[in-house]
Ligand binder design. Structure first.
Ligand SMILES: [Zn+2]
Ligand SMILES: [Zn+2]
Length: 440
C-alpha cells in the first residue's frame, strides 16, 4: 500500500525538527504554495499522533547550550535553503510544460504564417489560398491556446471542493500510528451524505473515503499523488498541463487534442506542399532552404501522428464511457490479476470467465452527450457543460447515471458471492469444531 506525500512530509519534519510549530511556520514562510496544498488539519493530525517507538529519534542532551543554539540556527538555515530550492524546482516543473507548449504553438504559427504561407502567396501566386490558410490557422491557434489554459484554470475537480463531502471527525477513526496508511476504517464512519451523493458499493463493508483528503470518495474518484488530492472522475495526470484530467476538464481535453491534431495536420500538409515544390522544381539550386520550414515539417508531422492516435483513443473512451484508469483496470481484470472485483464477472456453461460490462455504459450517443454536450455546437467549441453546485445532480462529478441492467447483475453477483463466503465460513467453523471434538 502506498504511503502518500503527506506522510513523507511528516517524516521529513520529524527528522529535521524537534519543534513542530517552529518548523510549520518556517515551511509556511518559505514555501507558501506547498503548505497551502496541505490543509492545517492534515498537518495537525499527523503531528498530534504519537510517534511509534521504533522510529523515535533519540534526543541527546547537549553539554554546551551556545553550541546547540549555533547548530539549531545552522540547521534552520539549511532547512530553509532546502525548502527554497524545492519550492523553486516545484515552480519550474509546473511552469515548464506551460511555457514549452505555448512556445511551440506560437513558434509554429509564426513559422507557418511568415515562412510557409508567404511562399504560397509570392512564389506560387496563390494569394487567396494563403489568406484562407492564414485565417483558419490563426483561429485554430487561438482555440488551442484558449482550451489549453481553460483545462488548467478549470481543473479536474475534487471532492474536497464540496464541504458536504468533507469528513470532519476522521482523526478518531484513524490509526494512532501515522506511518500506517489507513484506507478503510475498522469502524465504518457512517454513511456519506445520501441527499447529495450516491456511492455504489458492491460486496464491501464501508464506503469509499480518502484519509489523506479527509473526504468521501464518490464513484470514479481517485487520489492523485502528484497533486495530493482526490480527483473527480479521474482520467489521468497529464504532465503537458501539470494538472489532472478529470470530470470538469475532460471535455476540453478531448477538444484540445482534436484542435491540435487538426492544426498539426493542416500545418504538416501546408509545409509538405511547399517542401515538395522546393525539391521538385529544383529551387535548391538558387536558394537555401529555411531551417524553420524543415523543423516545422518534422514537428507538425510528429504531432499530427501522435496526437491523432491519442485523440482517437480518447474519443473511443468517451464513446464507451471509460476513463483511462477504468480502461486499464478492465485490462488488468481480463488478465486475471484482480481478484477483488469478482462480482463484475460471470461464468458461461463451459466455465469461461466473462466480463459483465461497463456499469457506466449508456450507449454511444448518451455516453458522448454526457461528456461533450447535447449538440454539435457544444461538441465543436469549448463551452462549459458542468456545474459546481452540490445539487447539480449529474453535472457536478459526484453522481453518475448507471446502466441498470449491468447494475442489477453486479448486485446479484455480489449477493451470491456474499452467500458463498458465508457458507464457506460456516463449513470451516463446523470442520474445526468437529476436529476439536474428536481430539477431546
Ligand atoms: Zn484523496
Ligand atoms: Zn494530478
Amino acid at each position: 500500500m502506498s504511503v502518500g506525500k503527506t506522510y513523507h512530509l511528516s517524516c521529513y519534519i520529524r527528522q529535521y525538527c524537534k519543534n513542530y510549530h517552529e518548523c510549520h511556520q518556517s515551511w509556511a514562510q518559505s514555501r507558501p504554495h506547498t503548505t497551502a496544498s496541505l490543509s492545517t488539519k492534515q498537518f495537525s493530525r499527523i503531528h498530534a499522533a504519537p510517534l511509534p517507538h521504533s522510529t523515535r529519534i533519540p534526543i541527546t542532551r547537549r553539554s554546551k547550550p551556545s553550541n546547540h543554539s549555533h547548530q539549531t540556527t545552522l540547521s534552520m538555515f539549511r532547512r530553509t535553503a532546502m525548502a527554497r530550492v524545492e519550492s523553486a524546482c516545484s515552480i519550474i516543473s509546473s511552469l515548464f510544460p506551460k511555457v514549452a507548449c505555448s512556445a511551440i504553438l506560437t513558434w509554429s504559427l509564426w513559422a507557418v504564417l511568415f515562412k510557409v504561407n508567404d511562399r504560397i502567396r509570392q512564389q506560387h501566386q496563390q494569394p487567396k489560398l494563403a489568406r484562407f490558410l492564414d485565417v483558419s490557422l490563426l483561429l485554430m491557434y487561438l482555440l488551442c491556446m484558449y482550451t489549453y489554459y481553460k483545462i488548467i484554470v478549470v481543473g479536474a475537480g475534487s471532492p474536497t471542493d464540496y464541504h458536504e463531502l468533507r469528513i470532519e471527525d476522521l482523526n478518531q477513526y484513524n490509526s494512532s500510528n501515522p506511518y500506517d496508511s489507513v484506507t478503510q476504517p475498522h469502524d465504518p464512519l457512517g454513511n456519506p451524505p445520501v441527499e447529495v451523493m450516491t456511492i455504489h458499493n458492491f460486496g464491501k463493508s464501508g464506503y469509499r473515503y480518502c484519509s489523506k483528503c479527509a473526504a468521501w470518495k464518490p464513484d470514479r474518484a481517485h487520489h492523485c499523488s502528484r497533486e495530493n488530492k482526490c480527483i473527480l472522475r479521474m482520467d489521468h495526470h497529464c504532465p503537458w498541463f501539470a494538472v489532472c484530467i478529470g470530470f470538469f476538464n475532460q471535455k476540453f481535453f478531448v477538444q484540445f487534442l482534436c484542435y491540435i491534431a487538426l492544426y498539426a495536420t493542416i500545418v504538416c500538409v501546408d509545409t509538405s506542399v511547399v517542401l515538395y515544390k522546393f525539391f521538385s522544381q529544383e529551387l535548391y539550386n538558387d536558394e537555401i532552404i529555411s531551417l524553420n520550414l524543415v523543423a516545422l515539417f518534422v514537428v507538425s508531422l510528429a504531432f499530427a501522428v501522435s496526437v491523432s492516435i491519442f485523440a482517437g483513443f480518447l474519443i473511443y473512451l468517451v464513446l464507451c464511457n471509460y476513463t483511462t484508469i477504468e480502461f486499464q483496470e478492465r485490462r488488468w481484470n481480463y488478465s486475471g490479476n484482480a481478484t477483488e472485483q469478482t462480482f463484475q464477472y460471470q461464468f458461461d456453461d463451459r466455465g469461461t470467465k466473462q466480463k459483465l460490462g461497463n456499469i457506466y455504459d449508456l450507449g454511444y450517443v448518451k455516453n458522448w452527450k454526457s461528456i461533450m454536450g447535447p449538440n454539435w455546437f457544444h461538441w465543436l467549441f469549448p463551452i462549459t457543460l458542468t456545474n459546481h453546485s452540490i445539487h447539480a445532480k449529474l453535472l457536478n462529478g459526484i453522481n453518475f447515471e448507471v446502466n441498470e441492467e449491468v447494475y442489477e447483475k453486479w448486485c446479484y453477483n455480489a449477493q451470491l458471492q456474499d452467500q458463498l463466503n458465508q457458507q464457506l465460513a460456516n463449513y470451516r467453523a463446523r470442520n474445526r469444531r468437529e476436529a476439536s471434538d474428536e481430539r477431546a
